[in-house]
Design a protein around this ligand. Structure first.
Ligand SMILES: *Cc1c(COP(=O)(O)O)cnc(C)c1O
Length: 220
């Protein structure tokens, strides 16, 4: 099936209220454009270097989300390119981002990335400090928290279920606290192999690459 057919099929199959984010890393302009013409409204990029080549070429109005690891020396470019950063994993990086957004005169939408697998080598906030982290970051003037994102360990779909469940519990808990300047609207979980399980566990934004474009030439 073509990129266009894949996008249309996924869009028509997603339950009401669940949004598709096209995970576009390693894909070129033509591929991304085809996904947009088929109805994709949110595009996720992992690398600033790739994003800055393609974003200026796309004329359609779509939302650009950053889903890679946030590097301090790329933040100014990220502020210019992206509408949302899904991978904020510490108060420290949030403070730096907020400062730079202030200089740029922008309020950046963010998600807090949860390290739901408790993996020390991976990014994201450990579950037991997510509440405090959200509270701290919510005080920063130039960021606005819209929800949570998680990857989970590199397991097959069914084995990811507990990590999605945990992230949903945190999401609901933080939502119930009604922190000022926090909107718990978006729960970004699930990729090509796992999005159906993620949706069952409460995801309302799924990040899909391979199932739309086919296998990548590199895997990162
Ligand atoms: C690559 C990537 C995806 C999509 O992965 P696929 O298996 O290709 O669907 C989703 N989220 C993040 C953060 C990614 O880096």
């Amino acid at each position: 099936m073509s990129i266009s057919e894949n996008v249309k099929k996924i869009l028509s199959d997603l339950p009401h209220g669940v949004n598709l984010e096209v995970a576009a890393k390693s894909r070129n302009y033509d591929e991304i454009e085809e996904s947009i013409l088929a109805g994709a409204k949110i595009i996720g990029e992992n690398y600033v270097q790739e994003a800055e080549k393609v974003i200026p070429l796309i004329k359609e109005k779509v939302e650009w989300h950053f889903i890679g690891s946030v590097q301090e020396n790329k933040i100014n470019k990220m502020i210019r390119l992206f509408d949302m950063i899904e991978t904020i994993g510490s108060v420290e990086i949030a403070k730096i981002l907020s400062k730079k957004c202030e200089t740029a005169g922008k309020i950046m939408k963010i998600l807090i990335e949860v390290n739901s697998g408790l993996e020390p080598q991976k990014s994201g906030v450990m579950p037991e400090i997510v509440e405090d982290t959200v509270k701290e970051i919510s005080k920063l003037p130039n960021l606005k928290i819209y929800g949570l994102m998680t990857m989970g360990p590199a397991f097959e779909a069914e084995n990811l279920r507990p990590y999605f469940k945990l992230t949903k519990v945190l999401f609901d808990h933080i939502k119930s606290l009604n922190f000022e300047n926090v909107k718990m609207d978006i729960l970004s979980m699930g990729m090509s192999d796992s999005y159906l399980v993620a949706i069952e566990e409460g995801a309302n934004l799924v990040r899909i690459g391979t199932k739309i474009f086919g296998p990548r030439n590199y895997s990162r």
